[in-house]
Design a protein around this ligand. Sequence first.
Ligand code: PMP
Length: 305
Amino acid sequence: MEKPEYAFFNGKIVPIAEAKIDIRTNSIHYGTAVFEGIRAYWCADEKKMYVFRMKEHYRRMADNCKILFLELPHSVDDMCRITLELLRSENYSEDVYIRPYAYFSSLRISPKLIDMETGFFIYTMPLGDYVDTTRGLNVCVSSWPRISDNMISARGKIAGAYVNSALQKTEAVRNGFDEAIVLTSDGHVAEGSAMNLFLVKNGIVSTSPTTEDILEGITRDAILTLACEELKLTVLERKIDRTELYTADELFFCGTGAQVAAIASVDHRVIGNGEFGSITKKIQELYMQVVKAKVPKYKNWCTEV
Ligand code: PMP
């Protein structure tokens, strides 16, 4: 049977083919929706599946819905419970991506955020690598700056804001690159099109602060913790200039989809030796152990399905 077979839609689990929305749905027209992206990892040796930092994702979603006056029909605990139920219905034995989505289901026209009914759905799908994690990526600095917080807010994981990401990713790929690094409107490094960014220089690990028009990534947070607590590295959240990218010892992306992905070049400047940097490699290996619930100290980040 082709996966997914089911979705959670209008308050219940239904066959995916029945989870359809009306063409008049307000959020389709204006991008006024908030979503999440969560991963569940299949551990073949244990024959078990674990969802990574599920509660943190739903807490972020609940926070972001406040930005759009979107009233979630379910509590964070309920959304976690529903997600586990949905995953059990699918009975996966592979890595999976989970997409919860809250939107204005009203059929009334007009871009506004009041007096409208809301809808909520979740579906899941098999997902391997979102970007290649086995080699260094060749990336460019995008000519499309990140939307700033007082325009739409990258923090909000708002559907319409992802037109900005789509322009960045498309330009990069059409110009022969794997991904884009995105700058803020005042020219500092923000993040990737749909992932956060880390820079390593002289053994110090840096990433842009959450006030630099980034999504406050849950993977970013995990990596800050792992780099500091487990690898005993100095980690900084600080503003990063464009040319620091060119002279970095190592650069890597991180995100639920991207996982930990090394960067081999930026705007045709080779980073380090153009292969995997040693710190990137260590962080990638540790992260993949942690998400599969293999590191006892971080097992509380993993929810068994
Ligand atoms: N930035 C953007 C713009 C994203 O879309 C994502 C993916 N959700 C990330 C960063 C990484 O965030 P997380 O680690 O929470 O998936």
